[in-house]
Design a protein around this ligand. Structure first.
Ligand code: GLV
Length: 319
């Protein structure tokens, strides 16, 4: 029997699977586990099931000890994990791709609709008790039909967002590091372009690339200035892909029309200037937040953990 540390609350189905084979030490606190407590608990662990709010770095791996075999992130993004530090110690790192694709694309499209149709503004206006009535020019937004969606990062979530956009009558261009199956691109009517062309061409831009050194502030003042003043930017990937201060300035000055953000540069902090702007929709990192999806993510993380502890290949290793 091995010792598995779970760094935060996860659905019971995952804990039950882990408990059937191992001793499980799961953090049950309502708040995130503090760093000190985490370092203390991982000592002697054979496996760590981590949430994206916890930094899994060399210090933590050393605190765990040489018996640690696997770090299973309950997230598709793994910028919270120092993967080379894991690999260098012979530790397998895993993530949860696939199971959250549709839920995250739903939130991306929800933000596209909220931003272009000014739904947040309308909701805030009613809740603030402001007088209103139907008016020919009242809260006019921008139609999606016939417009161009630019997708940055055409992996599973980017493709799922493109499918939704196609159903809304949008044209799709994309920029991606990895090769896309030509049959999928053809089915979506999606055309590959470089980032510069995507920025100038798109009416809506949705970010779906992973975060890392190569994508830090991929969208900054220069890229925002390259967009049309009628363009909307949506980010459901990772906050630091966008320079939040530059975005706030661009939204304030009308450099672009609006934005929808599910992720932030310094979560859970939000750039204070964004809070004062009407043309940005802000939601608190809800991309995968459905009961079904979170359960599937946690169960996949448990399956990854169990496989490694059995000496088998995990279903979704990183890299
Ligand atoms: C959520 O942000 C994830 O990476 O799964």
């Amino acid at each position: 029997m091995s010792r598995v540390v779970v760094t935060g609350r996860v659905p019971d189905a995952a804990i039950e699977k882990l408990r059937a084979e191992h001793e499980v030490d799961a953090w049950e606190g309502p708040e995130s586990i503090g760093r000190e407590e985490l370092l203390r608990r991982v000592a002697g662990a054979d496996a760590v099931v981590s949430l994206l709010t916890e930094r899994i770095d060399a210090e933590l791996l050393d605190a765990a000890g040489p018996q640690l075999k696997v770090v299973s992130n309950v997230a598709v993004g793994y910028d919270n994990i120092d993967v080379p530090a894991c690999t260098g110690r012979g530790i397998i790192a895993t993530n949860t791709p696939g199971v959250l694709t549709e839920a995250t694309a739903d939130i991306a499209f929800g933000l596209i609709l909220m931003a272009t149709r000014r739904l947040g503004e309308g909701e805030r206006l009613i809740r603030a008790g402001q007088p209103w009535k139907w008016g020919m020019f009242f809260l006019l937004g921008s139609s999606l039909q016939g417009k161009t969606l630019g997708i940055v990062g055409m992996g599973g979530i980017g493709q799922a967002t493109a499918r939704r956009a196609k159903a809304f009558g949008m044209d799709i261009v994309y920029q991606s590091r990895s090769e896309i199956d030509p049959a999928i691109a053809a089915e979506l009517g999606a055309r590959q372009v470089d980032l510069d062309e995507l920025l100038t061409l798109s009416d809506v831009i949705s970010l779906h690339c992973p975060y890392g050194a190569a994508t830090h502030h991929l969208i900054g003042a220069e890229q925002l200035a390259a967009m049309k003043s009628s363009t909307y930017l949506v980010n459901t990937a990772r906050g630091p892909i966008v320079d939040e201060a530059a975005l706030a300035a661009a939204l304030h000055e009308g450099v672009i029309a609006g934005a929808g953000l599910d992720v932030f540069e310094n979560e859970p902090q939000v750039h204070p200037e964004l809070l004062d702007l009407e043309n940005v929709t802000l939601v608190p990192h809800l991309g995968s937040a459905t009961v079904e999806t979170r359960t599937a993510m946690a169960v996949l993380a448990a399956d990854n953990t169990l496989a490694v502890l059995r000496g088998e290949q995990p279903p979704t290793p990183i890299g």
